[in-house]
Design a protein around this ligand. Sequence first.
Ligand SMILES: Cc1cc2nc3c(=O)[nH]c(=O)nc-3n(C[C@H](O)[C@H](O)[C@H](O)COP(=O)(O)OP(=O)(O)OC[C@H]3O[C@@H](n4cnc5c(N)ncnc54)[C@H](O)[C@@H]3O)c2cc1C
Length: 342
Amino acid sequence: MILENYSLKQCNTFGMDVNAKHFAVFKSKRELGDLIRVAKDSHWEILILGGGSNVLFTQDFNGIVLQNKLQGIEVVKKENEWVWVKAAAGENWHQFVLYSIENNFAGIENLSLIPGCVGASPMQNIGAYGVEVKDVFEELEAIEIATGETKIFKGSDCNFGYRESVFKQELKNKFVITSVTLKLKNLNVTEHYHFKTTYGDIQTQLAEQQANELSLRAVSNAVIAIRQSKLPDPKDLGNAGSFFKNPVIEQVLFDKIKEQFPLIPSYPATENFVKVPAGWLIEQCGWKGKRVGNTGSHARQALVLVNYGNAKGSEVWQCAKDIQQSVLEKFGISISPEVNVY
Ligand SMILES: Cc1cc2nc3c(=O)[nH]c(=O)nc-3n(C[C@H](O)[C@H](O)[C@H](O)COP(=O)(O)OP(=O)(O)OC[C@H]3O[C@@H](n4cnc5c(N)ncnc54)[C@H](O)[C@@H]3O)c2cc1C
């Protein structure tokens, strides 16, 4: 069923009250195919939405928003100590993580509590606490909007990078991802698994939990506790997580900036490049906890922009641009949004 002038307020974690000219939910690939055909015949622009946790709507959407509700998780292959699990794109990401933990499949426990759907996970190669989805990615299935054809993308086709993939660049809005298959370690048949606990406060949190033995559940619980203490819950305060990506800059430029700002933190990136925490840059510009009208940077996480109530997307976007300008003026570093702005 296609709805007209549908409010997207409940469909995005920023809580932006914009309307989609047309809106429909799809629960099967057949329904998706039919909706794509109608949209094409009517010359409507298509926007695919999962959990709406990585979008900022700055205006009404004039085309059709298709909300992905494809469901189903299945083990498609087991071999030696590996298991291949295929999840439909509309599955909730965190529920998928919990499924893997319950079944003793390792690899995505550090990605616990990331909001949104499985289908969007390769889109920006979601990552947290030292793990990215590309680390366990096997393949995905997607339908090309122009032709209606199904295509399989292997990892090498996806051009994964830090919060990037081909789907956020040249193939943006051209394919609908319908399922994702991950290759996980099957801890039912092997004990050899390297838990990643050195990132962030995981070890401190594990000690606090008095987790005597490392387990998928213990690591997941530690990550959940840290995230809950650091990030505002969109149910209480509209947001889309980190608004900006951490900039990756040339070592030479970094060394020059460091002369003036000796405390500037950095992490190694690729050869001759370093990654600088955008949150630190934003904080140094005086934005942390600063409120501008109905929006601003969060008091605990400078990188997270929030909606204090009735903020308009354009207001949040203007604030984001002002932050970008401040960082550029002070450090000569250009920071770019991680969030998809419409
Ligand atoms: C509190 C909070 C914390 C967060 N923490 C993290 C974090 O730690 N790490 C991280 O990487 N991200 C994080 N995010 C961002 C977000 O959760 C992820 O990017 C997530 O994968 C978005 O999923 P979604 O289903 O909500 O995508 P949506 O917001 O619905 O869509 C995002 C983009 O992907 C496109 N898209 C969605 N589904 C499909 C599909 N099936 N096929 C093709 N295109 C599609 C949309 O058109 C849109 O451009 C956080 C967000 C919040 C609110």
